[in-house]
Write a protein that binds this ligand. Structure first.
Ligand code: PEP
Length: 260
């Protein structure tokens, strides 16, 4: 089996201004240092609002921190008359490693379609950014037992035409919408069912070796108290963490899930 370095990514959503970001990054760094966190064994990423990125870059580069960071969205376009949008080129200049694409809060709240998300994935790769592609089903779909078909449909549409040499680096985050910010966590078996099916789909769309190398995260009310069990599943390679990533102690515990 391919060895996949687990990734713990903190999605701050629209929380914390750049001054608060400084405090959280510093506290997270100290806490992880105190816990002797091995970044080679578990990668740690934060995904702050756009307005915090310059501050985070200065801290990470100035203090040589081992955290990596990224943005929560990007424009499908590279530059021009697109008021309010942010180009992948700008994110790359700010030292971003990752960019979240297709979070349910954007699919639902901003009407983002699979076609648009496909363009955003292409834009991310044009600028050397690694997409964290989010997918997941609403409660009604799960109640009807259609979660696997629904998510695989999203993956197939979002990745249409993305070549194998690019997709090798992608990160996929399975986030059942009913579990985001609700305190409702999918069982480890629920997470494995869909994450395993995603890996199967990647093997079908590309090949087994490519599928075996891609990291698939689970997201939805992950906390230090439930992370170890979820990480125990063979196709879960990390977590996309919302609320719990805003507290340095709690997020550091999640990053050290093996000892949590
Ligand atoms: C998220 O925003 O991606 C998320 C999973 O949020 P929470 O952990 O708060 O459910």
């Amino acid at each position: 089996m391919a060895s996949r370095t687990p990734l713990m990514a903190g999605n701050w959503k629209m929380n914390l201004d750049h001054l608060q970001a400084t405090q959280l990054v510093q506290k997270l760094d100290w806490t992880l240092k105190d816990a002797e966190h091995d970044y080679g064994a578990v990668e740690v990423a934060i995904l702050p609002p756009f307005t915090d990125l310059r501050t985070v870059q200065t801290l990470v580069e100035g203090d040589k921190l081992s955290l990596v960071y990224g943005a929560q969205d990007l424009s499908p376009k590279d530059e021009g008359a697109y008021t309010g949008d942010i180009s992948g080129a700008f994110l790359a200049k700010l030292g971003c490693t990752y960019v979240t694409i297709g979070h349910s809060e954007r699919r639902e709240g901003h009407g983002e379609t699979d076609e648009l998300l496909n363009e955003k994935i292409q834009a991310a790769y044009r600028h050397g950014l690694t997409p964290i592609l989010c997918c997941g089903e609403a409660l009604e779909i799960r109640k009807e037992g259609r979660q696997v078909d629904h998510v695989l449909g999203q993956i197939e549409a979002d990745l249409a035409g993305i070549p194998v040499e690019q997709v090798r680096t992608i990160v996929i985050a399975y986030e059942p919408i009913w579990a985001i910010g609700t305190g409702e966590v999918a069982t480890p078996e629920d997470a494995q069912e869909v994450c395993g099916a995603i890996r199967g789909k990647l093997a079908e769309l590309y090949d087994e070796a490519t599928a075996a190398g891609i990291r698939i995260l689970y997201g939805g009310s992950v906390k230090s108290s439930n992370v170890s069990e979820i990480m125990g599943k063979p196709d879960v390679d990390g977590a996309l963490v919302g609320g719990a990533s805003l507290k340095a102690d709690e997020f550091a515990k999640i990053c050290g899930f093996e000892t949590a």
